[in-house]
Design a protein around this ligand. Structure first.
Ligand code: SAH
Ligand code: SF4
Ligand code: F3S
Length: 471
């Protein structure tokens, strides 16, 4: 694994400055997971570093960049649709540059399609291209030719990238990149490359900086945060794992909370659970994607745990962490899923009682092992299963959420609520409460009394503004 450091590219900045009369504007849109959103923030940071301004509207833009996701077919189709819609804009404004980057651009068949059928796309580069963006733009501008990169893998970690974060109080903090798990349905290991961890000192430095700037919630990111640290050692020469990293970060004084995602059940250790129980800064919520409740399918998916092991972990966490809540990802209609397999998933959902589920109908991804598995179930049948699953989940979660009423909880106020005069806040357990309150509370903690609920949304009222610091 190579560690690289970003440095300002003055030459590229000069090429860009010469190409425009006034500072050019960039529109950057990220699809997909939080890793991608964080990459989008870095892309904006790099663009600002080389003289671009940012805009929120494609009509104003001199550069439009789509930072794409490849996890499901639907995500890819949306990107092709959105890129297609730009053709007219390009005809009106020939100096407009259109770029496609991110996970889709890590697939050769996508790059080939963009090359052949989307001649007005100027730039294509993959997930490893962010630090080289200045050079890529400079080449495009000075040569006047399309710049399309074929997918490659650098297996590197790039530090010191400039960043323009979307929020001033919640931040994404990647602790590792890539994935080595090769779940048979999943494209991520193919597009994001091999798993590599940032050093604890690099993570700590970024974390300290965020806390010093007043950030209240830091979400640590990785496709499998529980395997953090593979191949790394701390200063004393000992191996570090994810729980060690959490303990290290929690030594930073301040009023903040830490979340993390994603925990792979196969690597979620009792040590991790004990750490969550012991550290007040860690939110008492665990996103623990199970994918399926059938041991047969879990084997077919290459997940490396059984339903029994999963339930054991949940039981241990409930014992050690009072009030802990769980959320999960579920795939419905994996190739060969039988009614019996599906019922096993329903059974597991009843046993765990998740507060939130993220559910997906299986989407075939070219190049993955599951893509060649027989898949006789029709889409209509899969959709009907999904419907049953969602109904069951609502029947479990809604009463559970309603059961919280009467409590007074601390929330991080995230923004305006849907109804006028209301705010949205997130509880430690990741549930959202809508309550009446003043906009000045946004970005701060507030004490909210839970008074009711509407489906998964809690309703409440402010008790007092919480300004005193919790160390
Ligand atoms: N690394 C994370 C998740 C990454 S992708 C983890 O292991 O949990 C986010 C979710 O998308 C996955 O948890 C899975 O539920 C879903 N997903 C991934 N590939 C999929 C596919 N081919 N079809 C449908 N859903 C998929
Ligand atoms: Fe995909 Fe599995 Fe890796 Fe998650 S752990 S990103 S589901 S291969
Ligand atoms: Fe999508 Fe890439 Fe994330 S495929 S889910 S944006 S890692």
């Amino acid at each position: 694994m190579k560690k690289l450091t970003y440095t300002h590219n003055a030459q590229a900045a000069a090429v860009i400055a010469r190409a425009y009369d006034t500072p050019p504007l960039a529109y950057v849109h990220s699809y997909g997971c939080q890793q991608n959103v964080n990459d989008g923030e870095k892309i904006r940071g790099v663009l600002l570093d080389i003289g671009f301004g940012l805009c929120e509207n494609v009509e104003q833009a001199d550069l439009i960049l789509f930072n794409t996701c490849a996890v499901r077919e639907h995500a890819e189709q949306r990107v092709f649709g959105n890129v297609g819609a730009l053709k007219k804009l390009k005809e009106k404004n020939p100096r407009l540059m259109i770029g496609v980057c991110g996970c889709m651009a890590q697939q050769q068949h996508i790059v080939d399609k963009l090359r052949a059928s989307y001649p007005y796309v100027d730039l294509v580069f993959g997930v490893d291209g962010i630090d080289r963006l200045p050079e890529i733009l400079a080449q495009r501008l000075s040569r006047g030719k399309r710049y399309l990169e074929n997918p490659s893998e650098r297996n590197a970690v790039v530090e010191d990238l400039p960043i323009r974060r979307d929020s001033g109080f919640r931040a994404w903090l990647p602790i590792m990149y890539g994935c080595d798990n090769f779940c048979t349905y999943c494209i991520v290991p193919y597009v994001r490359g091999r798993e590599r961890s940032r050093t604890p000192s690099d993570v700590l430095a970024e974390f300290r900086d965020l806390i010093a700037r007043g950030y209240k919630e830091i979400t640590l990111l990785g496709q499998n945060v529980n395997s953090y640290g593979k191949g790394l050692e701390n200063e004393a020469g000992e191996p570090v794992d994810f729980a060690d990293l959490l303990n290290l970060l929690c030594t930073v004084p301040g009023d903040y909370q830490i979340r993390f995602m994603t925990s792979h059940p196969k690597d979620a250790s009792r040590k991790l659970i004990d750490t969550i129980a012991a550290q007040p800064h860690l939110c008492k919520h665990i996103h623990l994607p199970v994918q399926s409740g059938s041991n047969r399918l879990l084997r077919e998916m290459n997940r490396h745990y059984t339903v029994e092991q999963y339930l054991d972990l949940v039981r241990y966490a409930r014992e050690k962490i009072p009030g802990v809540t769980f959320s999960s990802d579920i795939i419905v209609g994996f190739p060969g899923e039988t009614e019996e397999d599906f019922c096993a998933t329903l059974d597991l959902i009843e046993k765990v009682r998740y507060t939130q589920l993220f559910t997906f109908i299986y989407s075939k991804r070219e190049g993955t092992r599951a893509a060649s598995m027989p898949d006789p179930t029709t889409h209509a049948e899969k959709a009907a299963r999904m419907d049953r699953l969602l109904k069951l989940q609502d029947s479990i979660a809604f009463p559970m959420i309603a059961g919280l009423c009467g409590q007074t909880v601390r929330v991080l106020v995230e923004g305006a609520g849907r109804n006028p005069g209301t705010l949205n806040g997130r509880l430690d357990n990741n549930l959202v409460v809508e309550f009446s309150g003043d906009e000045t509370l946004i970005g701060n903690y507030a004490q909210v009394r839970l008074t009711g609920s509407r489906a998964a949304l809690l309703l409440g009222e402010t008790v007092q503004n919480e300004t005193d610091k919790k160390e």
